[in-house]
Design a protein around this ligand. Structure first.
Ligand SMILES: NC(=O)c1ccc[n+]([C@@H]2O[C@H](COP(=O)([O-])OP(=O)(O)OC[C@H]3O[C@@H](n4cnc5c(N)ncnc54)[C@H](OP(=O)(O)O)[C@@H]3O)[C@@H](O)[C@H]2O)c1
Length: 257
């Protein structure tokens, strides 16, 4: 049976994807900083599904962290990489803490890239594999009031789309998951609670997003945007003048200028 490496598995989307992978008989390697939460999940999944669930405590938000994780794994075979760990930071750019913004770029962009590089290579040499990179609806538009987060996800979308094209000849497929606002720990961590984006009708349940994400992985879809309303937003931004896209995005984030 195959092994899935899941970053950000202690909560939210990563945790629910781990549950779905384990239920289908895949071994899982669970990575995040909260080792207690990961261990509780590993015990649950191993006990319920008889799979091997391994815990690796690793902060992925600094330069060199991805290589530390690769070193910890040694030559362990990984068939699926779920590049999910990430966070947002809502607020005015010039008032944000630059260290936190750099950590975000490191985690959302640099670590995701380094892990795709390390495991994409191995998968190509193994004769196949799958990578799921978690982007966002934010990838499709500028985000005044969360400018760096939105830009980080635009990178993930562009990078993953190209990587899928590069690697498909080697039987490695890359799925780009683009969730809209989803009920996880994300909004609290991003200081985004109360913004219009995290209310009806935009807010999705974690279960429905995780089901969609897992279906996308199984079907080896490329760019996967959850829910018709979010698809409509992503599409309409392409047809809108940039100022209008900025304005609507700023309103949904709660940025008033
Ligand atoms: N929820 C949404 O509305 C939404 C929408 C679009 C895209 N996304 C994306 O979905 C992904 C998952 O987010 P979520 O919604 O599931 O949020 P979440 O509930 O806050 O979970 C985030 C996960 O990332 C891990 N993480 C955060 N910083 C880390 C670090 N420095 N090193 C290692 N792991 C770290 C957390 O674990 P520890 O704290 O234990 O390290 C946790 O397991 C992110 O990439 C996010 O940008 C979310």
């Amino acid at each position: 049976m195959s092994t899935a490496l899941i970053t950000g598995a202690s909560n939210g989307i990563g945790l629910e994807l781990a549950r779905r992978l384990a239920a289908d008989g895949h071994d899982v390697i669970l990575v995040a900083r909260s080792v207690d939460k990961l261990q509780a999940l590993a015990d649950e999944l191993g006990g319920r599904h008889g799979i091997r669930a391994e815990v690796i405590g690793q902060d992925l938000g600094y330069e060199g962290a991805a290589q530390e994780l690769v070193d910890k794994l040694g030559d362990r075979r990984v068939d699926m990489l779920i590049n999910n760990a990430g966070f947002g930071e809502f607020g005015t750019f010039i008032e944000a803490d630059i260290k936190r913004l750099n950590q975000m770029i490191q985690l959302n962009v640099a670590t995701l890239t380094a892990l795709a590089h390390a495991f994409g290579r191995r998968m190509a040499a193994q004769g196949g594999g799958q990578i799921l990179n978690v982007a966002s609806i934010a990838a499709f538009m500028p985000g005044p009031g969360a400018a760096v987060y939105y830009a980080s996800k635009a990178y993930v979308l562009s990078f993953s789309d190209a990587l899928d094209f590069e690697l498909r000849g080697k039987n490695v497929r890359v799925t780009t998951l683009c969730p809209g606002p989803t009920d996880t720990g994300f909004a609290t961590a991003a200081n985004a609670e109360g913004s219009a984006a995290f209310r009806w009708p935009l807010l999705a349940s974690l279960d429905s997003l995780a089901d969609y994400a897992y279906d996308s992985l199984k079907a080896k879809r490329g760019i996967s945007v959850h829910r018709w309303l979010i698809k409509l937003m992503a599409f309409s931004v392409r047809l809108s003048p940039r100022f209008l896209a900025n304005y609507i995005s700023a309103r949904s984030i709660g940025f008033k200028g």
